[in-house]
Ligand binder design. Structure first.
Ligand code: PLP
Length: 247
């Protein structure tokens, strides 16, 4: 199958999943995950109508973005999403190259990003939109702020609220919502319950930190984006279903 065929198929599946729960596709952003694929693949995807691209490594984002911009000119209208966990020594790359960051999990990273966003002028011109990544499954291998027991743990809720309020206060950062990943190799119903709990947690946070916009939900990948949409995802991050197996 070509990228075009796969992309059409993904759009159809997004629309069908949204229709099942009476949602419109207008509030669902498809982030096409181009990690491991060259800048030429991004250009092909752009010609097919894709406008949101996701990269999980800061270096890859830094490398591809200028190539794509050089090819398309200044008005490419592309939004670049950094979706992967971030080490503190790479915060400058993300503050310089990403429009949206999906994986904030620590106050230290928020401070470092903000400092750079003031330095590079973006605190004035265009902030970095931020999702806080939460770990709801408690799996050690998963990144994200531990919210595995948030319904009964006041401590976990407090840590999330504090990070959210920090994002609201720091210059250059714009709150958008929560991001989560479902555990691997589990039944659909387990995936669904993780996504549902993320939605309830976002509701809770929106009330607990009302001055920020926290209602966004970045969840759902190739294997589970339809369940995520049924459970309220506003951003799905899809790679293999569009571009094929990664090499
Ligand atoms: C790779 C990646 C995706 C996309 O995964 P696919 O299974 O290819 O759809 C989504 N989110 C994150 C954080 C990723 O690293």
């Amino acid at each position: 199958m070509s990228i075009e065929q796969r992309y059409r198929d993904v759009l159809d599946r997004i629309e069908a999943a949204a229709a099942r729960v009476d949602r419109g596709v207008g509030d669902i952003t498809l982030v096409s995950v181009t990690k491991t694929w060259p800048a030429e693949t991004v250009l092909t995807a752009q010609q097919l109508g894709m406008r949101h691209f996701g990269e999980n490594r800061a270096e890859e984002l830094m490398e591809k973005r200028p190539i794509v911009e050089a090819a398309l000119g200044p008005d490419s209208n592309i939004t670049w999403h950094a979706i992967g966990a971030l080490q503190s020594r790479k915060t400058n790359m993300i503050a310089d190259s990403a429009d949206v960051f999906h994986a904030l999990e620590r106050p230290k990273i928020a401070h470092r990003l903000s400092r750079r966003l003031v330095e590079n002028g973006r605190a004035e011109t265009g902030p970095l939109t931020v999702f806080i990544e939460v770990n709801l499954s408690g799996e050690e291998s998963k990144s994200g702020l531990d919210c595995s027991d948030w319904e009964s743990s006041a401590e976990q809720r407090q840590a999330l609220r504090q990070l959210a309020e920090l994002v609201q206060q720091l210059p250059g950062l714009a709150p958008r919502g929560l991001m989560t990943m479902a555990p691997w190799n589990v039944e659909d119903e387990v995936v669904r319950s993780v996504f549902r709990r993320a939605r309830l947690l976002a509701y809770w946070l929106q009330e607990a930190a009302p001055d920020g916009h926290w209602a966004g939900l970045s969840m759902g990948m190739t294997d589970d984006f339809e369940i995520a949409i049924e459970e309220g995802a506003t951003h799905v991050r899809v790679g293999r279903a569009i571009f094929g197996p990664r090499h």
